[in-house]
Design a binder for this molecule. Structure first.
Ligand SMILES: N=c1c2ncn([C@@H]3O[C@H](COP(=O)(O)OP(=O)(O)OP(=O)(O)O)[C@@H](O)[C@H]3O)c2ncn1[C@@H]1O[C@H](COP(=O)(O)O)[C@@H](O)[C@H]1O
Length: 107
């Protein structure tokens, strides 16, 4: 299994686990607001790494991906949902993609 899929499955398995037993479980216990805050922090750290410390970029990106997967899992979503959205976009040119996000094409 791909490491990303393995991480996604591990994260989803941590939902409802004892918060004392795992960092991921403790994030779920703190709720979506805290998880979203962590995603924001990790995104900022990733941007700073890209601009100032590129040798740490892959590490910061891994932190960001981990926290993003926790946020998705908290909303009942996973990598397959993101894959499905990316596949849907393959049939839409970049120019038309924004309009295609809305069923009415008005956004
Ligand atoms: N990939 C990760 C991963 N990336 C980052 N982190 C954690 O994210 C935290 C980020 O550090 P911060 O200093 O920003 O956060 P903090 O100060 O600990 O927490 P806050 O006070 O900010 O809430 C660190 O504790 C990292 O260990 C991760 N923790 C777990 N995983 C993987 O998730 C899976 C499940 O892990 P457990 O939940 O620990 O069993 C395992 O496969 C792990 O490898």
């Amino acid at each position: 299994m791909d490491p990303l899929d393995r991480l996604d499955a591990t994260i989803r398995a941590r939902r409802g686990a004892d918060p004392a037993s795992s960092y991921t479980a403790s994030l779920f216990a703190k709720g979506r607001g805290k998880i979203a805050q962590k995603v924001g922090e990790e995104a900022t750290e990733t941007v700073i790494a890209a601009l100032a410390e590129p040798h740490t970029l892959a590490s910061e990106a891994a932190d960001l991906v981990f926290h993003l997967l926790v946020l998705l899992a908290d909303a009942g979503l996973g990598l397959d949902d993101v894959r499905a959205e990316l596949v849907r976009r393959e049939g839409v040119s970049g120019h038309d993609e924004k309009a295609a996000r809305s069923p009415q094409g008005t956004r």
